[in-house]
Design a protein around this ligand. Structure first.
Ligand SMILES: [Zn+2]
Length: 97
């Protein structure tokens, strides 16, 4: 599967500040370890931003399997599949697991 730079960029947005999106997702996938799991399994969140108006803020999930903040929600407008996670993993982490 080929993913171009623009697509990678747009997908990367869904890896952070996505708590709301995850709550609407039936499942989530981790780009780092390739596991898929239920969003209810997520126990750790990274709180970002300083809360100032206009500042970026949000909560980012940490993978319940490997602890990496590389979780994609299924509610994001992307084709979340093991093949997609595999492709992204190669782009973002250089293929090492
Ligand atoms: Zn993981």
């Amino acid at each position: 599967m080929l993913v171009n730079a623009a697509e990678l960029h747009s997908i990367h947005r869904f890896c952070s500040g996505h708590r709301e999106l995850l709550q609407r997702s039936s499942h989530a996938g981790c780009v780092s370890c390739g596991e898929t799991f239920s969003p209810s399994e997520i126990r750790e969140w990274i709180v970002e931003g300083d809360g100032s108006p206009g500042g970026s803020r949000g909560e980012t999930a940490k993978c319940p399997k490997c602890g990496t903040a590389a979780v994609l929600p299924s509610a994001a407008p992307i084709a979340l599949s093991p093949a997609m996670l595999d492709t992204l993993q190669r782009y973002w982490f250089g293929g090492k697991r």
